[in-house]
Write a protein that binds this ligand. Sequence first.
Ligand SMILES: [Zn+2]
Ligand SMILES: [Zn+2]
Length: 281
Amino acid sequence: MSLLKGLPWNYQDLDFKGYSIAGQTTSLMFNNPKICFDIGQGLPFHMNAKLYCLTHLHADHGAGLNYVLSQRSLFRLPQVNIMLPKSVIDSADRILKEWMKIEGFEYSYNLIGVDAGTTFDFSEKYRVMAFPTTHRVSSFGYLVYEKKKKLKAEFQNCSRGELIKAKSQGVNIEEPVMVPLVAFTGDTQIEFIDSHPDVRRAKVLFMECTYLDSKKSVAETRKWGHLHLDEFVENLTKFENEHISLIHLSARYSSPEAAEILKDRLPPVMLERLSVFPRPF
Ligand SMILES: [Zn+2]
Ligand SMILES: [Zn+2]
């Protein structure tokens, strides 16, 4: 397991690598489309992303931005789009320009300021949407949709032969549909779950859950804009996700300890579709 390469994890054919520990570092690369959620302090496994989606710029999630852009320039990688909260665009741009002055060369980037519901058509296959999260500073999670096609309602009861005939006559029998595939919260309180109905329907949800027991009370956890297991337990019925991967656990829990607590607190039906994103301890 290596911090430099990120820790690998997959769900079916969805492939990821990342590293996430509360207060230390958080980033996750969705390998299929090469979309990177948060960037930690900037590591080699972040370099070849085709889009960066930054939830907020607390240092453990965003401090690596200048390093990654600097390295990308040295390797002559193409200009890259970076989605981040609209409210920090000017500050981030100023910092990057100062770093360029210090380093004596140009970075190639395009900042996209996001608000609730901002979408970005990443490719033929994927669209990204920002959804509001609740943290101590302006913050957004990101939801990747897979663009698919489905039969229009009027053709759903047709036989295969009828469909082939309609198609051969040039009739458009399909319509586009957006399938919520992967959602990433960054830092947030539980309220994010009500911010957009597709977040709770995403096939895989990466959700921060910093504290799991009385090491930190719910009130204290919320004071710092984070999520406590008690609140997840209270809201279980809202989560329709096929799988939930918990990120951003406090370093106060070892992975075996976290697994024990989750086993105690969650019903089997939830445990079957839940995991803790890999951690090195
Ligand atoms: Zn934060
Ligand atoms: Zn954090």
